[in-house]
Design a binder for this molecule. Structure first.
Ligand SMILES: Cc1ncc(COP(=O)(O)O)c(C=O)c1O
Length: 421
């Protein structure tokens, strides 16, 4: 069971929603910091342990900086994410550049910053060397085990996934880079997303540990670190349990002793690039009820839309909803909770049991601190919502203002005067 709590008392939340326009995101700094510390301390046995926060999960400099202060690096998938991380003081080998289908200018930016370049494809070796005009001394490859692993619903079956080097390419890739003059090597994988079964993560460690041994034997390359990727899930549903990270750490430690130490590969640094499990539970989307209506079903229309939070529409994902101030009332009404896009899948919940709702009620959508605001978009010219941070001293600060009409049209050319051909 995972209790769905609010970061403020209902009275404080209602007051906040009176003072700032809904919808808005609210993140809980203290909870993020405590969680980050716990995550790091759980793996204290692991050499060089570190999480590179997946910036894509919550690309807001305030959040990235909070995690930077906790010793996290940044896992970046694009040039803007790298620039943002650098602005937060996270650069050099604190920056993991895990991209795919990568344009040359992104290799150049990663190299300029001294980031760890994690190649997604064997053809990217030549593309990267051509872009850089030289060979980086540190290189990492993303491994895709194909039929050896099952993957899961969000990331897909590894055989169908576009990511990584195959089992028949991976050893050659290290051989090639060694011949080209690379000196330091990492090995990465990411085969699951939002996974709650800890044994899956332990099995991933086994797979990478065994692959380190194979790469050492067959390519004469010693792997300096493994990057376990992200993919640790969170219990979106109250009846779900969080992953037992203590057991995961213990299981990985056992395998380390069983595989890595006898192979004389100790110390092998171990890193993750988790996003969701770091900030996911500590972000809230606050929205107001605009209309309650009855058609063939009962609808609650709120002032947020799927353009503010895409996961329910994209994945059919469950996000818990609390009606603020009505927590203890009987949840005896069944509603679809909808936004206002011209899209019938613009629903935050379908057939959800909630207390009786009325216009003006404040709803909190839980577990949106990762892949929430970040996945938003502007369809129907919906403007993106603001983000606020509940700080450790209990003050609340704006960390992103809401988008305005002027922001939305800033890239448009109304006069059509810019001839390009
Ligand atoms: C390469 C890579 N690393 C890390 C992550 C972060 O995953 P999560 O937020 O599920 O931990 C993702 C998510 O899409 C990813 O694609």
């Amino acid at each position: 069971m995972s209790e769905k709590t609010l970061p403020l008392s209902p009275e404080e939340l209602l007051k906040l929603a009176e003072n700032i326009p809904t919808p808005f995101y609210l993140y809980d700094e203290k909870a993020i910091v405590e969680n980050a510390r716990r995550f790091t301390s759980l793996f204290s046995w692991a050499p060089g342990f570190r999480n590179y926060f997946a910036v894509k999960a919550c690309p807001n400099p305030s959040i990235v900086s909070i995690l930077g202060r906790e010793g996290f690096g940044s896992d970046c998938s694009s040039l803007p994410e790298m620039v943002m991380s650098e602005a937060c003081g996270i650069t050099g080998e604190s920056l993991m550049f895990t991209s795919n289908n990568t344009p040359p200018e992104e290799f150049v930016e990663a190299y300029r910053q001294g980031a760890i370049i994690n190649l997604d494809d064997i053809t990217h070796i030549d593309a990267m060397v051509e872009a850089l005009g030289e060979v980086p001394s540190l290189i990492c490859f993303r491994y895709n085990p194909g039929p050896e692993r099952t993957g899961n619903a969000i990331i897909g079956n590894p055989v169908e996934a576009k990511y990584g080097l195959t089992s028949s390419q991976i050893v050659d890739a290290y051989r090639i880079m060694k011949e080209k003059g690379a000196k330091r090597f990492g090995l990465h994988t990411m085969v699951a997303s939002n996974e709650l079964d800890g044994s899956y993560i332990v099995e991933t460690a086994r797979m990478l540990f065994e692959l380190c041994v194979k790469i050492q034997k067959e390519a004469g390359v010693r792997i300096e670190f493994i990057d376990m990727g992200g993919g640790i899930g969170i219990p979106y549903k109250p009846e779900q349990d969080a992953m037992d990270l203590e057991a995961v750490s213990k299981g990985m430690h056992e395998l380390y002793k069983e595989i890595i130490i006898p192979a004389a590969l100790d110390p092998l640094n171990i890193v993750f690039e988790c996003g969701r499990v770091i900030t996911g539970p500590y972000g809230y989307l606050v929205t107001s009820v605009r209309h309650v209506s009855s058609k063939y079903k009962e609808y609650v229309g709120v002032d947020a839309s799927m353009s503010d939070l895409m996961r329910p529409a994209l994945y059919g994902a469950y996000h818990h909803i609390t009606a603020v101030g009505k927590e203890t009332q009987a949840h005896d009404h069944i509603y679809d909770v909808t936004g206002s896009l011209c899209e019938n899948n613009d629903k935050f919940a379908i057939d959800r049991a909630l207390p009786e709702l009325e216009k003006g009620d404040i709803l909190v959508i839980h577990d949106v601190g990762a892949h929430g605001h970040a996945m938003g978009f502007n369809y129907n010219a919906k403007l993106r919502p603001a983000e606020y941070l509940l700080k450790e001293d209990n003050s609340i600060v704006m960390i992103r203002r809401a988008q305005t009409y002027d922001d939305y049209v800033a890239t448009l050319r109304f006069d059509g005067a810019e001839v390009v051909l």
